[in-house]
Design a protein around this ligand. Structure first.
Ligand code: NAD
Length: 275
């Protein structure tokens, strides 16, 4: 079984470099999928209040037999719960559904700049962190301008920004902003949602060269680029395949082939307008 290396967040907490995402996995199916993932060696699970599968995720964790301290659980605050009091209430509800008394990472899911409540929301996150009910706090889908403002107006720098990132949307500007602030980049939809990316000829060529699958070389590209990744699958063989990425390395030619794939095109919504 592969042992997943960790990255040290800006508050000293260790986070697995590869985790399991459960977006669009129905609650009852999440029990089985998360169970399979933990069995396969995943120790980090990425859910969110809006995924409506925190309950199933929590059940799988409880049933896994793996001590809670060896797992890294992330959940996210939904947009309609932004604001100081609402965020504190939403966090309690997430913990209750997960059946745990702390999370490892709590994220503001989207900045929703038009409502302008993310700084106020962050105050609640700082309180949750201070109480030890989240080991780390961070954001998701924050553009550099949102991150700059949050860092300028608060005392805790987000540990992580979870953003859409894959070889066809490489996010150079955001990654540079993260580096400036000491924020870890976590890639959502790291496989490009399993759409066109995995059949791109250049990806297939690199995969053949290493006798690996397209998904595996894409995940390897993320790891060598410095990203934390959270691929999703509900298929047991793919769940296992996606964590088996620590026994090989892409070389400079492979990385150059990946660099040429950037199209600067999002699959998901634009954070400047969404919410
Ligand atoms: P992904 O890039 O992980 O792709 C998942 C899809 O790729 C699967 O549904 C399947 O169709 C395919 N796939 C998976 N493994 C494969 C393999 N080995 N071979 C071939 N095809 C394979 O997409 P995602 O689910 O959108 O993103 C991963 C996780 O990121 C989510 O589950 C969620 O946890 C997180 N996420 C966060 C946000 C956010 O706003 N913060 C948004 C989207 C996703």
């Amino acid at each position: 079984m592969s042992k997943v290396p960790t990255i040290t967040l800006n508050n000293g907490v260790e986070m697995p470099r590869l985790g399991f995402g459960v977006w669009q996995v129905p609650d009852d199916e999440a029990v089985r999928a998360v169970g399979t993932a933990i069995e396969a060696g995943y120790r980090s699970i990425d859910t969110a209040a809006v995924y409506e599968n925190e309950t199933g995720t929590g059940q799988a964790i409880a049933a896994s037999g793996v001590p809670r301290g060896e797992l890294f659980v992330t959940t996210k605050l939904w947009n309609s719960d932004q604001g100081y009091d609402a965020a504190l209430r939403a966090f309690d509800a997430s913990l209750a559904r997960l059946g745990t008394d702390y999370v490892d990472l709590y994220l503001i899911h989207w900045p929703v700049p038009q409502r302008d409540r993310y700084v106020e929301t962050w105050r609640a996150f700082e309180k949750i962190l201070a109480e030890g009910r989240a080991r780390a706090i961070g954001v998701s889908n924050f553009l550099p301008e949102h991150l700059d403002r949050l860092v300028g107006e608060s005392s805790v720098v987000p540990a992580v920004n979870q953003i859409e990132l894959h070889p066809q949307f490489q996010q150079a500007a955001s990654r540079a902003a993260h580096q400036r602030h000491g924020v870890v980049t976590e890639a959502w939809s790291p496989l490009g949602q399993g759409k066109g990316l995995l059949t791109v000829p250049a990806v297939a060529t690199v995969a053949r060269k290493h006798d690996r699958t397209p998904a595996q070389v894409v995940l390897r590209w993320h790891l060598q680029t410095g990203n934390v990744v959270i691929p999703k699958s509900v298929t047991p063989s793919r769940i296992r395949e996606n964590i088996d990425v620590f026994g090989f390395e892409l070389d400079d030619d492979d990385l150059a082939a990946f660099a040429a794939l950037d199209e600067g095109r999002r699959l998901g919504p634009d954070p400047a307008a969404f919410g």
